[in-house]
Design a protein around this ligand. Sequence first.
Ligand SMILES: [Zn+2]
Length: 343
Amino acid sequence: MKKEAIKAYFMTLTRETRQSLIGELQELDGLSSSTPKCQEYRRNILDNKQGCCSHCGHTKYVKFGKDKGSQRYKCKACQRSFTEYSGTWMAGLHQKDKIDDYLQLMLEEKSLDKIKEMLSINKKTAFDWRHKILSSIEHVDKDGFTGITESDETFFLHSEKGKQKVDGKPRKRGGSSTKRGVNSDHIAVIVTQDRKHQIDLTVATAGRLKKVDIDKAIGGRISNQTILCSDSHVSYKGFAIENQIEHHPLRSDLKQRVKKGVYHIQHVNSTHHRLKKWVDNIFWGVSTKYLQQYLNWFRMKKNLKESKQLVKEFAEISVEDIGAYSRYEQLTDRYNNLLSTQN
Ligand SMILES: [Zn+2]
């Protein structure tokens, strides 16, 4: 085929296909116009020997040539090779030249339609990238809770937003459950925060909270330095007794809001409120399958509130996580597990 014919054929393709083809050809040829910042941050970590093998976690590895514009490394323990992308949310992405702009727009909380239009990517890509990125920040900045620590659950109605309708019964945003009381349509989210800056938001279960749900969410982060404030839910009482921590249950049935001037759960309740407003106003509700991802995002927003370089800091944190890609791949399993906890 002559060059002119290739060009003519190229112009018959859709704009989206042309864009993606250009990206792929550049990568093939090692010509990527500029290395994405996210990739650079990851390379810095690895080149400074602060990373580890994405296969076995070993910290000894050597540079092992280049691969389509990215640096390759070889692990001294398992002998397998990996690149800057391996294991991270960037693994397997096409159009990597767009990831910096994507991250910027995502953190500006632009809609998927807007991002699709601005970056000439399709909406599914914009949707997937968001959840890949949000898989990377689940376990950062999680230290112990010290001092007065408030914990309380809030509920989100089960939602299959975005999923193809199968049973023909879509529920409107902000709709109500058809059953009375707390039931399996209610997805319990536990919010826990101390009065310094530790916070945890965990999708816990479908239906009523049990002691084991609280344990899974925050059990690893409490100590004898933790003074727990919660409602008088029997699961919290059991949790506190089992872990031998000081506990101040508030009796909401008696309209007890504050004890001794300091023991209350008003900070978490205000977090519940802000979280729901954010989810409703910015995303028009989110699918239960991805709810944890948005909680991760909400937590990072709070943690990086004072940041002068939000995108850079967020990017640096996100590329540290080599468990991100597999966590993303497990989303469906986690969702099915959650629904199987229904009670
Ligand atoms: Zn290895």
